[in-house]
Write a protein that binds this ligand. Structure first.
Ligand SMILES: Nc1ncnc2c1ncn2[C@@H]1O[C@H](COP(=O)(O)OP(=O)(O)OP(=O)(O)O)[C@@H](O)[C@H]1O
Ligand SMILES: C=C(C)CCOP(=O)(O)O
Length: 337
């Protein structure tokens, strides 16, 4: 009985989580090509995550011991399992107290928008089929991301919000027991969650964005910092496809959730940000990200939004961002002092 009750609630986190990171769908997939992973960006993000977690001082080269021991289609031989290498290690040499959440990019959004899963209505067979198709797509991406992290020697475990029983009320999380995430962290694993199709108390079903998951986990786990990796350097005053777009380097959020641009000072003290969202995007794109990032910053947790596979993404993952220096390219969103 006591055990059952313990499992129902979300237990307190055993040690502070260092970082919650979003691997944006725009960053790790090829946006214009259905179900296509940007292998180079994904490999770089995983290698940088390993570097950020590493406990070594960087003077000696580290031997990465891969944890993906499955045979891939086309592999000529059985996978190499470095059992002796692992047995001889005192520990992994990683401060793996990170949570990874990824978006969908060219996985999932297409299936969801074609069938209208984000708008609900499971009585429709099209929506029901779309729900299934969306989950097949995002869970297959999740497995590829878990594999890529495991190849870097990161002890990653995939966790799907739907399968964990998470549900929403008009797209915002209504029920989200995090006990499995917390216990996995406690056991030394890196949970890897993803935006998902879920049941919704008002709409029947909807799409839960990775950005919303990050806000919920930040409220629960109070990490030292949160990083969003995407395909642009950060938040701009207008869509970055506009050649006159200006990168907003620092945004401050007040106690009421209002926000102001601290750096750079825009002409005429402009405050508004113009955003464009791709037609097939079912979760609000950069607009959702800014809203969720502002909610996280209100908790006193700094948020860094930056471009994947750059020196800036590595610094963000290490938490090495100083708003007073100009050599870091990205957007910092933080609580007003
Ligand atoms: N004002 C803006 N500033 C920055 N990016 C913007 C702005 N307006 C539109 N965008 C677009 O937002 C996109 C990034 O948001 P998006 O939600 O697609 O990122 P993601 O989290 O990486 O992907 P996903 O939602 O699939 O996980 C960029 O490709 C950019 O072109
Ligand atoms: C199933 C889908 C489409 C998940 C969307 O998650 P996001 O890309 O983080 O907004």
């Amino acid at each position: 009985m006591a055990e059952a009750a313990r499992k129902q609630r979300s237990p307190a986190a055993p040690r502070p989580v260092r970082c919650i990171v979003k691997l944006g769908g725009a960053a790790i997939t090829n946006k214009g090509k259905l179900e296509s992973i940007d292998e180079e960006s994904l490999r770089s993000a995983c290698a940088q995550l390993r570097q950020a977690m590493s406990e070594s001082d960087g003077t000696a080269p580290e031997k990465v011991r891969g944890m993906d021991w499955s045979r891939r289609p086309g592999d000529p031989a059985d996978p190499v399992v470095d059992a002796e290498g692992f047995a001889g290690m005192a520990g992994l040499g990683l401060d793996s107290n990170f949570v990874v959440v990824h978006g969908a990019g060219s996985f999932g959004h297409f299936q969801a928008s074609r069938s209208g899963v984000h708008k609900g209505g499971l009585h429709s067979t099209l929506v029901k089929a779309g729900f299934v198709a969306t989950r097949i797509s995002v869970t297959s991406l999740n497995q590829e991301i878990v594999r890529a992290l495991a190849r870097e020697g990161i002890p990653s475990v995939g966790m799907s919000p739907f399968a964990c029983g998470w549900s929403t009320q008009r797209r915002d999380l209504a029920s989200a027991n995090a006990s499995q995430i917390i216990e996995s962290l406690h056991a030394g694993f890196v949970p890897v969650l993803h935006g998902d199709a879920v049941l919704d108390e008002s709409l029947d079903c909807t799409i839960l964005s990775g950005d919303v998951i990050i806000r919920h986990l930040a409220q629960l786990l109070t990490p030292k910092y949160v990083v969003f990796l995407t395909d642009v350097h950060g938040v701009y005053d207008r869509p970055p496809t506009d050649p006159n777009a200006v990168l907003l380097k620092e945004i401050e959020v007040d106690d009421n959730g209002g926000w102001s641009i601290v750096k750079p000072a825009l002409q005429g003290n402009r405050k508004e940000v113009e955003i464009s969202v791709a037609a097939h995007d079912t979760t609000g794109g950069m607009e959702t990200k800014i809203l969720e990032a502002a909610a996280i910053a209100r908790l006193g947790v700094d948020v860094y939004i930056t471009k994947v596979d750059t020196e800036h993404s590595l610094r963000a993952l290490k938490g090495d961002v100083n708003t007073s220096s100009d050599d870091w390219l990205g957007t910092v969103i933080r609580a007003a002092k």
